[in-house]
Design a protein around this ligand. Structure first.
Ligand SMILES: Cc1cc2nc3c(=O)[nH]c(=O)nc-3n(C[C@H](O)[C@H](O)[C@H](O)COP(=O)(O)OP(=O)(O)OC[C@H]3O[C@@H](n4cnc5c(N)ncnc54)[C@H](O)[C@@H]3O)c2cc1C
Length: 133
C-alpha cells in the first residue's frame, strides 16, 4: 500500500488567512479541497507539497448565491451538493446534470467544483497557484 509523504496541515478559516499561507509558503503549499485528485497524486509522489492547506473551513467557499442577475457558487461545494440541490434545477440544470454524471457517488461526495475546474485547468495548462473562490 502506498502511503502519503509527510506534510504539514493547515486549515484556515478565512480567505485572507489562506492567502497569507500561500504567499508565505509559495510553491511549497497546495490547497486541498476534496482530495480525490491531489491525495492519490501525493501517494504516487507525483505531487509532494510540504504543506497542505484545507479549504473546507472557509465559509464563503461553501456558499451559494442565486440571483436574477447571476449566480455565485462557492468552490468547495461538492459535486453531490450541486447534483442534489433543487435550486440548481431551475436555470442551472446543465450544471446539476453534469455534476451528477461525474465518476461515482463516493467521488462526488468528496470532489468539489473548484477542484474539478482546477484539475481541468492543470490538465490543459499547468499548475494553479491561487485560490478559486
Ligand atoms: C475515479 C475518478 C473518476 C473521475 N471521473 C471524472 C469524470 O467523469 N469527469 C470529470 O470531470 N472528472 C472526473 N474525475 C476528476 C474529479 O472530478 C476530480 O478529481 C475532482 O473534481 C477534484 O476535486 P477535489 O475537490 O477532490 O480536488 P483536490 O484533489 O482537493 O485538488 C485537486 C487540485 O486542485 C487544487 N484545488 C482544489 N480546489 C482549489 C481551489 N478552490 N482553489 C485553487 N486550487 C484548488 C488542488 O491544490 C489540487 O492541485 C474523476 C476522478 C476520479 C478519482
Amino acid at each position: 500500500m502506498m502511503r502519503l509523504p509527510l506534510f504539514e496541515f493547515r486549515a484556515p478559516r478565512t480567505l485572507q488567512e489562506a492567502s497569507r499561507i500561500l504567499d508565505g509558503e509559495r510553491t511549497n503549499a497546495m490547497p486541498l479541497a476534496g482530495g480525490t485528485d491531489l491525495l492519490p497524486n501525493m501517494k504516487r509522489r507525483q505531487q509532494v507539497p510540504r504543506t497542505l492547506m484545507s479549504l473546507r473551513h472557509i465559509q464563503p467557499l461553501n456558499d451559494v448565491e442565486l440571483t436574477l442577475s447571476g449566480s455565485r457558487l462557492g468552490a468547495c461545494l461538492t459535486l453531490s451538493d450541486i447534483a442534489a440541490d433543487p435550486r440548481f434545477r431551475n436555470g442551472l440544470t446543465a450544471l446539476a446534470q453534469a455534476a451528477s454524471l461525474v465518476a461515482t457517488p463516493q467521488i462526488r461526495n468528496m470532489a468539489t467544483l473548484g477542484g474539478n475546474i482546477c484539475t481541468t485547468i492543470k490538465a490543459t495548462s499547468g499548475e494553479s497557484r491561487s485560490i478559486s473562490a
